[in-house]
Design a protein around this ligand. Structure first.
Ligand code: HEM
Length: 450
């Protein structure tokens, strides 16, 4: 921070202007030492919030970063002045994987693509997808029931990942999943997210192109997401989406929709297994199911929904949103120079001690409907907020609920602690080690899904 100019009684106006300039340059406090890339970024950021409060300035990956966990500031960056904040430097790595799909694109291209893709996530399309999600989860249920009968453990992390991958692929590719789905197995079988993975993943564009070319020759119109994207027309010139853009959008949806959902459900099962009272309440709620369930029945299962919300509060898959300021701006009293990276971490906002009582405790009752009024709207932002929020939010909520209901009505899962719980805060917040659990048949539950 620059010092104040010396008082000049003969020129009071100059002094006022200088003072204003000083005020404009106020920068947040922060650590002297830089973040070192071999450190755990989540743990490091947490320490700085403890030391400096809700906003601090730091040097991360040789860039000047403001990290914020103040919800008014988060609102300013993600909603109020969102156009001044493009995706931050982390997006370069994501772009290697996803090209110029919706997660990465910006400006007019992003706006147009978002409008063209949105219908694939409308109420009707999500409702239609309930069936395929139930089908995929019924297969998983049978696998876990068999393990229960044999008293064998299951790898919940891996099984839930395969389930979420099959769901997102069937949602996008419809019947073509049967033909090409196996090409995508590397997403659930290869945990590393390095350059080799990026190269193998990008090569899948060829498989998608083959499906696109086959579909373009066919007169039948499919109602799956790819079918809708193939029909979508540019609102300005009526043109269809070019193949290269279609490929990027499909790859984006697969990646964005797979690991996020899988890691949330993985955490959910871990948390449920550690809280017998929560497991009992879930079980009681699901015992009210006398037969199968459909999309319209989902809102009735409030407690299942509360578990999902509370899981995403404690372990948001997208734990850190990064942005870059295009022009100078202000966050409260602080000046934000153009080029500053702004880190908005849902993980720390959602565990903020001023917003949440006992913030680290798992308590789904926080999300009882009667508690909603007492909470700030942005106190949880697992899907981000503002125009660049998650396009798959409603789909993901529905998918996670169908999964918990299908499995939870018939089985409970006993966790086998083999290694200490450790977080892996990469692009997504995952558990470092897989969760192995013993499925056990519920005495009162009925088996099978709709
Ligand atoms: C529990 C599941 C999910 C979570 C927690 C989640 C979270 C998020 C978050 C936080 C963002 C904003 C990222 C940023 O601003 O940097 C985002 C964007 C996005 N998500 Fe999700 N997501 C989930 C599921 C899905 C699903 C199922 C799909 C699609 C099938 C999807 C597709 C996308 C896309 C395309 C974007 C970019 C949107 C844009 O910039 O316009 N997500 N998601």
């Amino acid at each position: 921070m620059t010092g104040r100019s010396p008082v000049n009684p003969s020129n009071a106006r100059v002094e006022t202007l200088a003072d204003t300039a000083v005020e404009h340059e106020r920068i947040p406090p922060g650590p002297q030492e830089k973040y070192r890339p071999n450190e755990d970024l989540l743990e490091w950021m947490g320490r700085q919030f403890e030391a400096f409060g809700d906003i601090y300035k730091a040097s991360v990956y040789e860039t000047s970063v403001y990290a914020i966990r103040n919800i008014e500031f988060a609102h300013h960056v993600l909603v109020e002045n969102w156009q001044n904040y493009v995706k931050g430097q982390a997006i370069r790595r994501v772009a290697l994987l996803l090209g110029n799909g919706l997660m990465v694109s910006k400006g007019e291209l992003w706006k147009r693509q978002r409008r063209m893709i949105q219908p694939a996530f409308n109420h009707e399309s999500i409702g239609r997808s309930t069936k395929l999600i139930t089908y995929v989860n019924a297969k998983l249920l049978r696998k876990w029931q068999l393990a229960a009968e044999r008293n064998e453990s299951v790898n919940v992390t891996r099984d839930v990942s395969s389930m979420a991958l099959e769901v997102v692929l069937r949602f996008i590719l419809g019947d073509d999943y049967e033909l090409v789905g196996f090409h995508f197995d590397l997403l659930s079988q290869e945990p590393a997210r390095n350059m080799d993975f990026a190269v193998s993943f990008r090569a899948l564009g060829k498989t998608i192109l083959q499906v696109i070319e086959r579909r373009r020759k066919d007169t039948a119109i499919s109602t799956d997401a790819l079918g809708m994207l193939l029909q979508a027309r540019n609102p300005e010139n009526g043109r269809l989406m070019p193949d290269s853009q279609l490929i990027d959008e499909v790859l984006t949806m697969i990646v964005a929709g797979h690991e996020t959902t899988a890691s949330t459900l993985n955490w959910a099962w871990y948390l449920i297994s550690q809280h017998p009272d929560v497991e009992r309440k879930l079980s009681n709620e699901l015992d009210t199911l006398t037969s199968g369930f459909e999309f319209v029945d989902l809102p009735r299962f409030l407690y299942t929904r509360q578990i999902i919300e509370e899981t995403m509060r404690l372990y948001p898959a997208g734990w850190l949103l990064t942005r870059k300021a295009l022009r100078d701006d202000r966050l409260g009293e602080y000046f934000v120079p153009a080029g500053t990276e702004v880190y908005v971490p849902p993980y720390f906002i959602q565990r903020h001690p001023d917003l949440w009582e006992e913030p680290d405790r798992f308590n789904p009752d926080r999300f009882r409907p009667d508690n909603a009024k007492r909470r700030h709207r942005l106190a949880t932002i697992p899907f981000s907020t503002g125009p660049r929020n998650c396009i798959g939010e409603h789909f993901a909520r529905m998918e996670m609920q169908v999964h918990l209901m299908t499995i939870g009505r018939s089985l409970r899962l006993r966790y086998i602690p083999s290694r200490p719980l450790e977080l892996e805060a990469g692009v997504n917040l995952r558990s470092k080690y897989d969760f192995n659990m013993y499925p056990e048949a519920k005495i009162t539950g009925t088996s099978g899904a709709a």
